[in-house]
Design a protein around this ligand. Structure first.
Ligand code: PRX
Length: 654
């Protein structure tokens, strides 16, 4: 973020307190902060008591930095908490999901009772396939109800799931299956995207060829059509799941039993398997979902428009809402210009009252103009959430005016795959919000902004965001890599969790998130590491060297810009090579990592110790005057790059 933008933010004078009516009826009142401040652990225990435990815990927290155990000795079953207990309470007919496929006439209504049957059948099927408690299961699936059932079935039998976003490549899937050591993969033949079927099974076939330990691939028929089949390994969902009993006796698991592993990009090419466990995670997912979104499960219709492949989908499509007995909309598709009013139609049709989405989507709709919204009655919306990246004040105001009818409170929620659940956010019935600020740590959460020495900055100051107290949904480590866990999060400041984000405290002490301070990019709310894209580029025969930066992008937050040095004659092939390289990255990692722009250069700017100076490349990518070059080993390099660009060796892409 430029320093201009930053100082504008710091002078943001607009305040949006909740209406009296909203505040009076809010789930979370101001005393929540007082309760948590008085007795933090007692407060979390009170939240945990909202779940059904088979065995109560002996101790709220064991903290042996950087390792936490929450609700020690307690036992519970996550699926029972998310499904069965609502049926048992007489809410079996309540809708869990209004599911809408990408094709307009593809709809399903899944009640809690339906979900219970589907989860039980899936749990029985996984058991039949030999999956036992503790065995990781890989999930590579579209946004369909079977995906939710698969996650809950895994939770029910204590098998940690590892969901791989269905937009990731075969290679990305293979490396995650191997790292997690999953022996069973659940997938679909394909999914619908922008009205067209897109296959998934070929990616799984390619991935599983590299994973000899995978015994079975369970395949939902979603799109129909031909699929390549391996009789020894592949099983249709309808052959295996449909014939199972819809009863299943659930066993309770230890509060610290692994619930899932979710891979996320770090600063190296190898993604990190973030491990989450059972009791603390579910407690905080449910607590935040209820209080941040002001959930009234009897009357609200909630829609989180994320994909289950990301942590937002895990915590706020599956675990949080279901633990709270919410009614949700689930949508297979993505916003696209050919169908600009689809979202708004869905909101009108289901009278969605709570919407949770990413700033990049809001900016996309801003670009398309408010007309598609104006054709629909959006008056049911009463709370709007934002997640994944800093929301700029213009997008915030547009969200408020055009989506929220100028009255629905906006909750800008900061959190990460590692935190498992929301950490910093307004409470919609309490906080007078400021456009662009995530405001304060939630009750029960400790966060601060510190300087290089780890000292809290005064109001008005900026620095690194840290979390100062262990929290129930915190990651329990990086799967199979303890050293990396300590090094990444706990070595910069002793006993404080380093989030990797820059932040400012304004004069009132409210927090403004400023994006990553490490080599991680944020493209449309998705984390992608610069090193991961660089290593994909250099794996191409024509590339000698590559450097990647995230450049500010008006829609996606950041766009991926790559600088490459080509080998020998490839340098003369120009445009076609650039296209080939963009495709290559999409194939290696997935389309989300395809560089927006690739610039062919003769040299890269490096320090004397050989470190690439990304700061200077970012200046070029963002069309700024290049900053201080005195630490470069060869100070003429930047001239060479600029000259090369002027000669047109650069290729701008959409
Ligand atoms: O940089 C922050 C940004 O997204 C990162 C976490 O990415 P991921 O683990 O993929 O999880 C995304 C969904 C929770 C953070 O380190 N981020 C997330 N939410 C916000 C945000 N930045 C600013 N404001 C937010 N509300």
């Amino acid at each position: 973020m430029s320093s201009d933008a930053l100082s504008n933010l710091m002078h943001e004078e607009r305040r949006f307190p909740p209406t009296e009516e909203f505040a009076a009826d809010a789930v979370a009142k101001a005393d929540l902060y007082d309760d948590a401040a008085k007795d933090r652990l007692g407060f979390w225990e009170e939240q945990a008591r909202r779940l059904d435990w088979d065995t109560p815990w002996d101790e709220a927290l064991q903290w042996d930095p950087p390792y936490a155990k929450w609700f020690v000795g307690g036992k519970l079953n996550v699926a029972v908490n998310c499904v069965d207990r609502h049926v048992d309470a007489g809410n079996g007919d309540r809708v869990a999901f209004h599911w809408q496929g990408d094709p307009a006439d593809d709809k399903r209504t899944i009640t809690y009772r339906d979900l219970q049957k589907l989860v039980n059948q899936t749990a029985n099927a996984l058991t039949e396939l030999g999956v036992k408690a503790g065995d990781p299961v890989a999930v590579y699936m579209p946004m369909i109800p079977e995906t939710v059932a698969t996650l809950l079935a895994c939770a029910r039998i204590g098998a940690p799931h590892t969901v791989v976003f269905a937009g990731f490549s075969a290679d990305a899937l293979a490396s995650r299956i191997q790292d997690a050591d999953a022996r069973v993969v659940v997938t679909a033949d394909g999914q619908f995207r922008r009205g067209e079927p897109a296959s998934l099974k070929p990616n799984v076939d390619e991935a599983v060829d590299k994973c000899p330990d995978v015994r079975n691939v369970l395949v939902v028929r979603r799109t129909g059509g031909d699929v390549t089949w391996n009789d020894d390994r592949d099983l249709w969902w309808h052959d295996v799941v449909d014939r199972q009993s819809d009863e299943h006796e659930a066993q309770a698991f230890d509060s610290e039993h692994p619930l899932f592993i979710l891979y996320t990009s770090g600063t190296t090419a190898k993604p990190k398997g973030i491990l989450h466990t059972t009791g603390g995670y579910l407690t905080q997912a449910a607590y935040t979902h209820r209080n941040v979104f002001d959930l009234k499960p009897d009357t609200d219709v909630y829609w989180c428009a994320a994909d289950i492949g990301w942590v937002t989908g895990h915590s706020y499509i599956v675990y949080g809402p279901l633990a709270n007995g919410a009614t949700s909309v689930m949508y297979e598709g993505v916003p696209h210009p050919g169908d600009k009013d689809r979202w708004w139609k869905l909101i009108e049709e289901h009278k969605v009252s709570i919407l949770y989405t990413a700033p990049t989507t809001i900016r996309t709709y801003m670009k398309w103009g408010p007309e598609p919204l104006q054709q629909h009655d959006l008056s049911s919306l009463r709370v709007l959430g934002s997640v994944g990246e800093p929301i700029n004040p213009e997008a915030w105001m547009w969200y408020r005016e055009h989506v929220g009818g100028g009255k629905a409170p906006i909750v800008d929620t900061w959190w990460q795959t590692e935190t498992g659940a929301i950490m910093i956010s307004p409470l919609p019935g309490v906080t007078a919000t400021k456009p662009g600020s995530a405001m304060r740590p939630l009750p029960g959460i400790g966060a601060d902004v510190v300087d290089d020495q780890g000292k809290p900055v005064p109001n008005g100051g900026g620095g690194y965001l840290v979390l100062t107290e262990p929290w129930p949904a915190m990651l329990r480590g990086i799967w199979g890599d303890d050293e990396r866990y300590k090094e990444t999060y706990w070595s910069k400041f002793p006993d404080m969790y380093f989030a990797g984000d820059g932040a400012k405290k304004d004069d009132d002490g409210d927090l403004w998130l400023l994006g990553r301070v490490d080599d991680v990019m944020n493209v449309s709310g998705h984390r992608i590491s610069t090193t991961e894209v660089e290593s994909a580029l250099v794996s191409h025969l024509k590339v000698a060297e590559a450097a990647v930066v995230g450049a500010t992008d008006p829609t996606t937050g950041q766009g991926i810009v790559a600088f490459v040095i080509l080998r020998g004659s490839a340098a003369d092939e120009g445009d076609s090579t650039v296209q080939e390289l963009r495709q290559h990255v999409a194939k290696e990692i997935g389309p989300i990592a395809r560089p927006r722009q690739i610039l062919v250069v003769a040299e890269l700017p490096k320090t004397r110790s050989g470190k690439i100076m990304r700061r200077l490349l970012r200046d070029v990518a963002e069309h700024r005057e290049v900053g201080d070059v005195t630490t470069l080993a060869d100070s003429t390099v930047m001239n060479l790059i600029s000259e090369g660009l002027d000669k047109g060796s650069a290729k701008d892409e959409d």
